[in-house]
Ligand binder design. Structure first.
Ligand code: PLP
Length: 399
């Protein structure tokens, strides 16, 4: 009786809205540039061969039991090694508190809960723009959310000066969320030199860097290179946090495999922090599903499977890069009056096209091409077959 009369529909997720419009369109030429998951050159989702191989290795008995401490700690160890580096002091001194999390989203949410419990009322600064769910995650965890300037509309590049100013002007000891590579949605990353300056300024202002690593390997095709920002902060001795996702780089979106790690000043403190993260996770969902974690830990701990993964990751990153080049070339050949350099300068899964609302609506209406209203193109949706049609359409709506 009337219990839920006051409940109003939640606002639609912008990405789900794009997918719905795409699915409802009967045109054979339609293109979905909304989804953030990798697609092959046929536009199909991919199951990596290393995942298939790992799957055949783990078929059997372990599945129905909850995850064993051994599997879990091996998974965490192998995951954090990818970001902090095998020979880093952090690993040697065991100064990390790591926990398996429900993919990147779950890792962010768990960290937000941790923040609220132990640094109540300290704000987190998110880049403007950022993945829209960051706002939901920290807001729902009741952490005060602020933004810092990141994107420069005119140059379609990084607004580095404003970014630095916002770091300097934030209250001393704030949390900052940083995308270590392949920034979503802009595809714009600071250079190594800029990361060094950012890290220095963080030391001056005693800010806490929280890295959301959702695309390791997708920016450069190389896991180590894509971890460079984190390594720079490590060299400077920061205590940091990091959310990792295997959704994109292993194509395991549906399995929700991720890792949250938080550094501490020594191993003893790391164990204390871990016990609190574990407690928070237990109250929310007890423990995460086991299948995906077994897949990832099997791949990461088997040198042959890991090598296979690294190869396949490079193939995915290279395909995306070649589609950027191809889209750019087609626009040049059409004598587009605009400068499209940013298409090839930006990195990772997304291209922040600079197209405006009207142009985006026209692309959907007249060309059956769908993307989010911020003009973000998922390069994974671009293929050898549709790239010239896309370029022609972009040219027509922007000329
Ligand atoms: N963080 C960023 C920046 C993302 O772009 C995404 C996914 O789009 C996520 C986190 C969440 O990924 P997951 O599917 O692993 O939860």
């Amino acid at each position: 009786l009337g219990w839920f009369d006051h409940v109003k529909p939640a606002p639609k997720d912008p990405i789900i809205g794009v997918t719905e419009a795409f699915l409802a369109d009967p045109s054979p030429n339609k293109i979905n540039l909304g989804v953030g998951a990798y697609r092959d050159d046929e536009g199909k989702p991919v199951v990596l061969q290393c995942v298939r191989d790992a799957e055949s290795k783990i078929t059997g008995s372990e599945f129905l039991e909850s995850i064993s401490a051994g599997v879990s700690s091996r998974f965490v160890e192998e995951s954090v090694e990818l970001i902090y580096g095998k020979n880093s002091d952090v690993m040697k001194e065991r100064r990390f508190a790591g926990l398996q999390a429900l993919s990147g989203t779950g890792a962010c949410r768990l960290f937000a809960e941790f923040q609220r419990h132990f640094h109540h009322d300290v704000p987190i600064f998110l880049p403007d723009p950022t993945w829209s769910n960051h706002h939901n995650i920290w807001r729902d965890a009741q952490v005060p959310v602020r933004t810092y300037r990141y994107y420069h509309h005119d140059s379609k590049g990084l607004n580095f000066g404003a970014f630095m100013d916002d770091i300097k002007n934030a209250p001393e000891g704030s949390f900052f969320l940083l995308h270590p590579c392949a920034h979503n949605p802009t595809g714009i990353d600071p250079t190594d030199e800029q990361w060094r300056e950012i890290s220095n300024q963080f030391m001056v202002n005693h800010h806490f860097p929280f890295f959301d690593m959702a695309y390791q390997g997708f920016a450069s095709g190389d896991l180590e290179k894509d971890a460079k920002a984190i390594r720079i902060f490590l060299e400077d001795g920061h205590i940091i946090g990091c959310a990792q996702s295997f959704a994109k780089n292993m194509g395991l979106y549906g399995h929700r495999v991720g890792c949250l790690s938080v550094l501490a000043k020594d191993q003893k403190q790391a164990m204390i922090v871990r016990s609190q993260l574990q407690r928070l996770a237990r109250a929310m969902y007890s423990s995460p599903p086991i299948h995906g974690v077994l897949l990832v830990s099997t791949i990461l701990s088997d040198p042959l499977l890991k090598a296979e993964w690294i190869e396949e990751l490079k193939v995915m990153a290279d395909r995306i890069r070649s589609m950027r080049a191809s889209l750019f070339d087609h626009l040049e050949k059409l004598n587009s009056p605009h400068n499209w350099d940013h298409i090839v300068k930006q990195v990772g899964m997304f291209c922040y096209s600079g197209l405006n609302y009207e142009q985006i609506d026209q692309l959907a209406r007249d060309f059956h091409i769908y993307m989010t209203r911020d003009g973000r193109i998922s390069m994974a949706g671009v293929t050898t077959r549709n790239v010239s049609y896309l370029a022609e359409a972009m040219h027509q709506v922007s000329s």
